[in-house]
Design a protein around this ligand. Structure first.
Ligand SMILES: Nc1ncnc2c1ncn2[C@@H]1O[C@H](COP(=O)(O)OP(=O)(O)OP(=O)(O)O)[C@@H](O)[C@H]1O
Ligand SMILES: [Zn+2]
Length: 706
């Protein structure tokens, strides 16, 4: 990422009896202002101070801002007084302001939008009195002594912890699944906290509810000094946790993507677990990457000795490339804890299996044998529902969504057809709407169908204790609430479920101890998807899924069992599988990077998308065409390639047509210069209103998917 100077606090200028303050207010860039406004106040206030100021007829939360680095004067029309200063809170740290300023600039959003979205929503509604009451009510967070002792680190882990402490650049912790990366994060955190009685640690994870074990582990280790920040909290909880972090009482913040914005006055270590996970990239508002911002944040705090660790068994190719170039320090954990073997790959050539078989007979036998021995099996099928389409074999009717360019998925248990994109639901028709045929057939397979199939085929099978086999399913339907999810995960951990079927949710960092066999039922679609990141994603998914097998070396030895990853595919010769069989991420990455280099794709080029949504596809495309013309003569233009506007792969969602324009450049500064000059032109173009029917547009810098 490009560097940005930390803006220096502004010397307030005299105006009337007091001073003029620059305050950032919640305002989207569409107004043509950059969301910095001037207000009067009797005396100077440090930058980062939270204030309440009038904006139009409302009173809003604002942040006293350091003067713009270019000294450009903010709009002065509205020299109204600051209404209230939230003196109960210390100002937001300079580094926080610098992070927000950078993100607004880099992702082409208004400062006010980014700054206010980075604060807890409940804070926006509080006045000084309300805040005082909140603070008084807050329970005292006395840092409790750790409740669980740390295991003694392996030599590899010890070396990794030391490398983190000594690193002069971001660390990429590359370690196989189950190699003890989490333990490295915990020990590195413990070291930082022990060295400085006020130091704080930020741990980012892709998803908190899916891996409650991790939260439990962090809490066991650091006691009451831990707070979480994620979307599952109530607004009041979120505010309470945020305040604890901002006031320095929370020493460890464990959170998802949005937690990267937490105000942490003494941040000294940032961990990004499973750094390859696409959920670190926001898909709305400012489309930021929490991983990239974490790296930038540590860079802002380099002088204070803040470190950042990105960890994964399958790093994003961008991160891997940075490590190869030496921009990141590569630290490896080479073995699984306890010497557990990595799963052996078994490819099942589906071209030679009985036609229409959901599971190859050999795989079914293997599952039966394992369950009969008291082991667990995990089956990955990345489609929820019973069947992805309902079809009429007579006339060819298919269950299309009336609002989207997608099929309605057949959910057998509720007898409904559901669109997974817009939420549209309809009863299953009794007969074909086109020809009246009553024998409609589900096409393809989803997790519900696989679950049903397994329940039928395994019906006679017994576990070692004589009990019948239990099949469980983990997907967005079976785990609609956090409670359902917790209950299901608990059943798997306690061994009450023998065969677990699920979407990619089953592949995430679970530490299930008795799983010995993992199978990918139908991964082929991803091999040839139009998205050029698909192979990278599939490799990560399969390797991570396989990583759930055989994690407990003692259990494996006692069972005399061998961890296996089975993959059903019609393309067993695909090079991706050869690399997977060798557990060879570096080999896979080298081959992918070579392809990307040859094709001039990221990380060898930098991209941005202009997306447009409109009532008609023509309107969306026409607006993108106008937008493209606006790039004429802009700085950086000569070094940026503009592609023709195209419909998105999923062109229609919820009745809205979507199109996009890709910009690409070998030079990030050139692309940034162009975007910065282009954005105000686009706002002006929109205000002038030449494109009828346009609903929204947005720029996505470093997009992850098309
Ligand atoms: N030094 C150690 N001594 C004993 N047990 C350990 C040690 N380090 C880790 N473990 C245990 O080994 C298992 C795997 O470790 P951990 O969860 O840290 O791995 P990981 O690399 O984060 O895994 P994944 O990437 O698959 O989520 C856990 O049950 C953990 O408690
Ligand atoms: Zn739909």
């Amino acid at each position: 990422m490009p560097e940005s100077p930390c803006p220096s606090p502004r010397e307030p200028s005299a105006a009337g009896g007091g001073v003029v303050l620059t305050v950032v207010v919640p305002m989207p860039a569409h107004g043509g202002l950059d969301a910095r406004l001037s207000y009067r106040h009797p005396h100077p206030l440090p930058s980062g101070t939270l204030v309440r100021v009038p904006l139009g007829r409302r009173t809003v939360l604002g942040v006293v801002w350091p003067e713009a680095p270019d000294g450009e004067a903010p709009a002065r029309e509205a020299l109204r007084p600051v209404q209230e200063v939230l003196t109960a809170l210390p100002p937001l740290p300079d580094e926080w302001c610098a992070l927000v300023a950078f993100a607004a600039r880099y992702y082409q959003r208004s400062l006010g939008e980014v700054a206010l979205a980075a604060l807890p929503p409940a804070l926006r509604a509080l006045d000084a009195a309300g805040l005082q009451r909140r603070l008084a009510r807050r329970a005292d967070m006395t840092p409790a002594a750790p409740t669980a002792p740390a295991p003694s680190p392996t030599p590899d882990q010890q070396a990794a912890v030391q490398a983190v402490a000594e690193a002069d650049r971001p660390v990429l912790l590359f370690g196989a699944t189950g190699s003890g990366k989490t333990e490295v994060y915990l020990q590195a955190a413990a070291q930082v906290l022990a060295r400085d009685a006020r130091a704080q640690v930020l741990m980012l994870v892709p998803e908190i509810n899916l891996t409650p074990q991790l939260e439990a582990r962090v809490r066991e280790r650091f006691g009451a000094a831990v707070v979480t920040l994620h979307s599952g909290l109530t607004p009041a909880q979120r505010l309470r946790h945020w305040l604890a972090a901002h006031l320095g009482q929370a020493r460890v913040v464990l959170g998802t993507r949005t937690a990267v914005w937490t105000s942490l006055p003494r941040l000294r270590l940032i961990v990004v677990d499973e750094e390859h996970d696409p959920s670190y990239k926001s898909q709305e508002g400012a489309r930021y990457s929490a991983r990239d911002l974490a790296v930038y944040r540590a860079h802002l705090l380099a002088a204070q000795g803040c470190r950042v660790v990105l960890g994964s068994a399958t790093p994003a190719l961008e991160s891997w490339h940075a490590a190869l170039q030496g921009r990141y320090r590569l630290v490896e954990l080479s073995d699984r804890i306890g010497g557990a073997a990595r799963p052996a790959l078994r490819l099942l050539d589906m071209r030679t299996q009985p036609r229409g078989a959901l599971l190859a007979p050999a795989l079914l036998e293997a599952i039966q044998a394992r369950v009969a021995r008291g082991e667990q099996a995990l089956l990955l099928l990345n489609r929820r529902g019973y069947a992805p389409v309902l079809a009429c074999p007579d006339c060819g009717w298919t269950s299309g969504c009336p609002h989207c360019s997608a099929y309605l998925v057949f959910h057998k248990d509720e007898r409904r057809l559901r669109c997974h994109h817009c939420g549209h639901a309809a009863a299953v028709p009794r007969a074909c709407p086109d020809c009246g045929n009553v024998d409609l057939a589900p096409l393809g397979r989803g997790t519900q169908r696989l679950e049903e199939h397994l329940e039928q085929t395994l019906a006679g099978l017994r576990r070692p204790d004589g009990a019948p086999v239990r099949v469980g399913r983990l997907d967005a339907d079976s785990a609609r609430t956090p409670q359902q999810l917790q209950a299901l995960l608990g059943q798997v951990h306690r061994g009450e479920v023998d065969v677990l079927v699920g979407t990619q949710m089953v592949a995430k960092g679970h530490d299930f101890r008795r799983i010995t066999l993992v199978a990918a039922v139908n991964p082929d679609a991803a091999l040839f998807a139009s998205d050029w990141r698909a192979p990278e994603r599939l490799f990560a998914l399969l390797l991570q899924a396989g990583g759930r097998a055989g994690r407990d070396a003692t259990f494996m030895a006692a069972q005399g069992s061998r961890a296996e990853l089975w993959v059903q595919t019609a393309y067993p010769q695909h090079p991706l599988f050869a690399a997977l069989a060798r557990h060879d991420y570096p080999g896979f990455a080298a081959q992918q990077l070579e392809e990307r280099r040859a094709a001039g794709m990221p990380p060898f080029a930098h991209q941005a998308l202009l997306r447009a949504e409109a009532r008609t596809l023509e309107a969306a495309l026409a607006w993108l065409q106008l937008a493209a013309q606006q790039t004429d003569g802009l700085p950086g233009r000569a070094h940026v390639t503009l592609y023709a506007p195209v419909p998105m792969t999923m062109v229609r969602v919820a009745g809205v047509e979507r199109a996009q324009l890709l910009l690409e450049s070998a030079s990030r500064p050139a692309l940034q210069a162009l975007l910065a000059a282009w954005t105000p032109r686009l706002h002006a173009l929109r205000r002038a209103g030449p494109a009828r029917g346009l609903l929204r547009w947005a720029i996505d810098v470093d997009p992850l998917g098309y």
